[in-house]
Design a protein around this ligand. Structure first.
Ligand SMILES: [Zn+2]
Length: 307
């Protein structure tokens, strides 16, 4: 009897050990898997970042080896890197380092998502510093906003398109809906200014992860219409959900400014945030102190494209 009881106890305790072991394995295995996947994901993110960086650097280095005549506006735009030629500008009112201007360095301030209630203020600041910029505008219906399209152009800045609706789900739904939206914003700009826009900035950039279709489909669309698209290589990061201070915006711009001969700076002209306007004088002064020309995008501008 005693032996049987001992055997039973042993069996029970063996069973207990096995159950504990199985539970431990069930807890530990997913934990290890999670840790492994997080590490793997981080590595992949770093690699994507590296590839993205290399792509921009390749575009930069191509500029140095490709030397060709600027193309006519009507010519088909392929993935050609234009030679950067010094652009004749209006006399600058406050260019502190005029004599030290570095001709190799070009900086293009670009404002997306406008016009807005701050556009007038932005235009005044640009005038004050004798700077030309580029506005990638969207379709606005408000009566007080409508005249701003013409005003941007009249004050010597480049008007580019940034879609009519700015609704990613509609624009990137199909090639047809992209084209429809493109014609809508192009027609609006033509109606307001008498000139057809030649430049486009994709909402989210050409490297956006929103579009279900390959972005090349939309790029081909633009090529057919002889429209050139521009992305950016310097980011103010002034478009997210949170409102950055003017100082943070300036610091973001400064971070990447010295890396490229051609910098296309992404800023935003939206009614929700005023800090971009507040940061603008210091951004301009920062570049002018470096002796860098601030101009608007034209057909001689080196292409900065994410893809
Ligand atoms: Zn936008």
């Amino acid at each position: 009897m005693c032996n049987m009881a001992t055997n039973r106890q042993e069996r029970v305790s063996r069973l207990k050990r096995m159950i504990i072991l199985i539970i431990l394995v069930m807890i530990l295995l997913p934990t290890f898997l999670c840790v492994y996947l997080v590490i793997k994901m981080n590595r992949l993110e770093q690699e994507i970042q590296k590839i993205y960086q290399t792509k921009i650097e390749v575009i930069e280095s191509k500029k140095k080896i490709v030397s060709r005549e600027p193309e006519r506006k009507s010519e088909k735009v392929e993935s050609v890197k234009f030679e950067t030629v010094p652009v004749k500008e209006e006399p600058k009112l406050a260019l502190k380092a005029e004599e030290e201007t570095d001709d190799r360095k070009k900086v293009y301030l670009t404002f997306d998502d406008g016009p807005s209630c701050y556009t007038e203020e932005i235009l005044d600041i640009l005038d004050q510093y004798g700077v030309k910029a580029t506005f990638f505008v969207v379709g606005k219906e408000e009566r007080n906003i409508r005249p701003l399209y013409a005003e941007i152009a009249a004050r010597g800045h480049t008007l580019g398109m940034h879609s009519y609706s700015h609704r990613y789900s509609e624009i990137y739904e199909s090639v047809e809906s992209f084209e429809e939206d493109l014609h809508k914003i192009s027609d609006l700009i033509y109606e307001e200014t008498g000139e057809s826009p030649l430049y486009y900035r994709f909402p989210g950039g050409s490297s956006n992860q929103v579009s279900r279709l390959d972005m090349q489909e939309y790029i081909t669309c633009l090529e057919k219409e002889k429209i050139t698209y521009f992305d950016w290589n310097v980011e103010a990061s002034d478009a997210g959900g949170s409102i950055l201070s003017a100082k943070q915006i300036l610091d973001n711009v400064k971070k990447d400014s010295n890396r490229y001969d051609t910098s296309i700076v992404l800023l935003h002209d939206t009614g929700q945030k005023r800090t971009t306007v507040e940061a603008l004088p210091e951004i301009i002064e920062y570049y002018q102190d470096l002796g860098v020309a601030l101009t608007s995008i034209d057909q001689n501008t080196e292409l900065i494209q994410h893809r």
